[in-house]
Design a protein around this ligand. Structure first.
Ligand code: DAH
Length: 375
């Protein structure tokens, strides 16, 4: 019930006390029921309007209408009432604004289910991962399975079991990043960031008996300062096939097929003798430049990716050295009974060439604008 100002007949302190108490209780109840801006304004006007507002009515009725002897007490009570009603209205306004703000915030965060959803950019497969997947799938179609191993590796798997003896100069070619403070451990247990994916050859042969055919994609690290064609972290794919009677002819046939599947059926392959401690004989595989088609020229300009030679080096390979099999002999890899070939290729440089990117660092900076181009 909306409050109406009663006429007073009794001006005793107790009666005034009761009347002001009733007035404040009604005001407080009215304030609590306010729902919107318009009601807030109506409430304020009803109580404070100079003309015929409740406080004005109270002033006229209770104070001016009071008998002389009650004026003092009535004046005191009415003033007190005015202060309290003003306070009530101010706090009502303050509370209302606060609630309205929260409501705005909540209703803007929470859901209008009729709006379209927030579109999340789903990104794109990273060009290096995509290149890796393509290479892996060529070998999967040949019956190879995928293996992996740790990026933080022991000296044993990264070097020793791959026939890099302790202190052998071939170790120096790998610019190894070692984990600090391991001098107290025997050398073969010391940890390092693997410099190639080849250690997974040994790890897999320890777990699986021959015959095996595996590819091993993964990250490797070397102490190479970053520039347009180097990065301390890069990617390799290793391959290993072990069985009875595997020959260099198998290696050549397999890799020739894989290169044609990757770069187009018109590419030619070319093997040059090389050296790796874990393969004997070893070779580097070149394919005819898939940018210039092997001519060494692009129109009248020299072809830069192949340095005008018409050939691009793609990987290292060779027949698994019997010394490597010795480390896993007990798991069925007797070098007198089995033979195999292995290969290892860098992925990043192939991705650079494939997508005509001129700075390797762009692959690793995580700039969405760069990556979006591959979506
Ligand atoms: N691990 C060698 C490197 O990173 C690449 C390599 C060469 C791997 C010959 C092989 C291989 O499996 O047979 O330089």
């Amino acid at each position: 019930m909306a409050y109406t100002v009663p006429k007073l007949t009794d001006y005793s302190a107790a009666a005034l006390e009761h009347a002001t108490g009733e007035c404040i209780r009604s005001g407080t109840a009215e304030a609590a029921s306010i729902q919107n801006e318009a009601e807030l304004k109506a409430f304020r006007d009803r109580w404070l309007a100079r003309k015929n507002g409740i406080l004005t009515q109270i002033n006229d009725s209770w104070l001016k209408g009071a008998p002389k002897e009650a004026k003092r007490e009535a004046g005191f009570r009415v003033n007190e009432l005015k202060v309290r009603i003003h306070e009530l209205i101010e706090s009502t306004e303050r509370d209302y604004r606060h609630r309205a703000q929260i409501y705005d915030r909540v209703s803007s965060v929470f859901v209008d289910i009729t709006l379209p959803g927030i579109r999340r950019p789903i990104g794109a497969e990273h060009p290096i991962i995509r290149t890796m997947n393509e290479i892996v799938s060529v070998f999967q179609k040949l019956g190879y399975s995928v293996a992996d191993g740790p990026v933080v590796e022991t000296d044993y798997y990264n070097f020793e079991a791959l026939n890099f003896p302790p202190n052998h100069p071939a170790r120096d070619t790998q610019d190894t990043l070692f984990i600090a403070n391991q001098q107290s451990k025997p050398q073969r247990e010391r940890l390092l960031l693997r410099t190639h994916t080849s250690p997974v050859q040994i790890r897999t042969m320890e777990k699986m008996r021959p015959p095996i055919r595996i590819v091993i994609p993964g990250q490797v690290h070397r102490n190479d300062p970053p520039d347009a064609s180097h990065s301390p972290m890069f990617h390799q794919i290793e391959g290993l096939a072990v069985d009875t009677n595997i020959t260099f002819g198998d290696l050549k046939g397999t890799l020739d097929h894989a290169m044609k599947a990757l770069f187009g059926s018109s590419v030619k392959t070319h093997f040059r003798p090389s050296f790796f401690p874990f393969t004997e004989p070893s070779a580097e595989l070149y394919v005819t430049c898939f940018i210039c088609g092997g001519s060494g020229k692009r129109g009248s300009d020299p072809c830069r990716p192949c340095k005008q030679t018409g050939w691009i080096e793609v990987l290292g390979c060779g027949m698994v050295d019997p010394n490597v099999f010795e480390f896993v002999k007990d798991n069925g890899y007797d070098p007198k009974k089995v033979s195999g070939f292995a290969f290892g290729m860098g992925v990043d440089r192939l991705a650079l060439l494939k997508y005509s990117v001129d700075d390797l660092q762009l692959f690793f900076q995580g700039d969405v604008r760069f990556l979006q181009q591959f979506a």
